[in-house]
Design a protein around this ligand. Sequence first.
Ligand SMILES: *Cc1c(COP(=O)(O)O)cnc(C)c1O
Length: 453
Amino acid sequence: MTSRLFQQARRYIAGGVNSPVRAFRAVGGEPVFIRRGAGSRVWDSEGREYIDYLGSWGPLILGHCHPRIIAALEETCEAGTSFGMPTEIETELARRVAEAFRAVETLRFVNSGTEATMSALRLARAFTGRELIVKMAGCYHGHADSLLVKAGSGVATFGIAGSPGVPEALAALTLTIPFNDAGAFEKICENKRGEIACVILEAVAGNMGVIPPARGWLEAIRELSTRHGILFICDEVMTGFRVAFGGAQERYGFTADLVTMGKILGGGLPVGAYGGRSDIMDQLAPDGPVYQAGTLSGNPLAMRAGIETLELLCSWTSSPTASPAAPPCASPAAASPARPSAAASYDRLEALASGLEEGLLAAAAEAGEPVKINRVGSMMTLFFTRHPVTDYDSALACDTDRFAAFFRGMLSRGVFLPPSQFEALFVSLAHTEEDIDRTVEAARAILGELRDH
Ligand SMILES: *Cc1c(COP(=O)(O)O)cnc(C)c1O
C-alpha cells in the first residue's frame, strides 16, 4: 500500500517528499504515510498505530491534536484564515515570547525556522557592517545558502558537505568551527578581527543527534563575541520552549543578542520568529533600512496555535481536557517562584524522558550493545557508539547501519523514531508511563535480535 502511495507521490513531488529526511533513505525502506494522530500516537495509511517520538520534528510538545488547540483553530478559522494586515493576536503571541526570553525585546514573525535564521543573518550583517559569519560544524539552521555549510540534519544524514547551488563566494563567508570548542572560537575571533558579523549556534545541538553544551562553552562564546563586537545569535528553533520554557538561554543562564525560533512556537502550524535587542531589531524596515517581509507572516491560525501551546505549557495538569482556563504565565520579572505552572510541564517531561533514557540504557546493557544516550530534557538521541558524542566528528563516528536496523525494528513494533541517527527524538506531554514502558520493551526485543544476528 505504502509503496503505491510513494510511487504516486514520486510522480508529482520531487523525490516523493517535501523534506528529504522523510524519505527514509538513511534507514532503508520507504516512508510511512501518516493518516492521523492523537495524543502520543499516529496511524499510517494502513491503520497501523505507532507511539510517536518524531513529534513532527519537534513542534508537538503537547502531542497530536490537543483538543484545546483544535478548538482554538476552528474558532479562528471561522473569522478568516489570513488578512495581510495586523491582528491583535500577533501582539499577544509576541508579548508572550518577549516575557519568556530575556534576550527578546522586539521580534518579527516569519513562516519557518529557515526564514528566521536567514533574516537574522542579514540583520546581523547590516547592523555590524561585517560579512563573515561563524557556525558550528553539525549545527543545522535551516536551508538558507549561507547556512548550508557543514550543516547537520538531512545534510548530515545524506553526507552532503555543502550544497551545489550555493555560490562559492557566499559559502566562503561562512566559517565553520567545531561544536563545544571555545578555543577554536577564540582563535577565529583573533584571526578575523573586525570581520565577523555574528556567531550562530544551537546551544543544545539537536540536528547531529542531541549534543549538550560543554561546561563553560556558551559563557565563552558570549564573552568573546561581546569583546569582539560580534552578534551572538542563539538558534532556539528546536530548543525554544523545549529544554525550558525560555529555551536553552533559560536553562543555561545566558542572553544572546538575537534569537531565532520556530517549531513549538507554532504549535504545529508553520511559524518562525527572530528577535532580540531592540537597537538591532530597529534596523528592520519600515523603521530601518534592512528589508524583510512575508505575505503570510503572523498568520492568524499559526498565531493562535502558538498562543494556545504556550498557554497549555503554562498550565499543564495530568488531565489537560479537565483543566480550567489557564492563567497567563508570569513574566520572569514577576515575584518568584517564576512560572510555577510552566515548571510543572517541564518537570513532567523530565520525568518521562529520564525514564525512557534509563530504560533504553538498561535494555542496551542487557543486550551487550554499546550505546551512548545524550539527553537534555525531553530531547534525546540513542547513539550506536562506544565513545562519548560531543561534536560533529564523534557523531559521524556512530554505527549508522546499526541505528538503521534498530529504527526498522522499532517501527515494526509500533514505535516511531526519527529516521536518522543524526536527529533528536522528542517526548511530549501526551506520552504516558505506559508508552515509555512499551517503548523500552520494544527496544529490549530489538536489541536482543540485533545481538543474535
Ligand atoms: C528545524 C530547525 C531549523 C529550520 O526550521 P524550518 O522550519 O525547518 O525551516 C533551524 N534551526 C534549527 C535549530 C532547527 O532545529
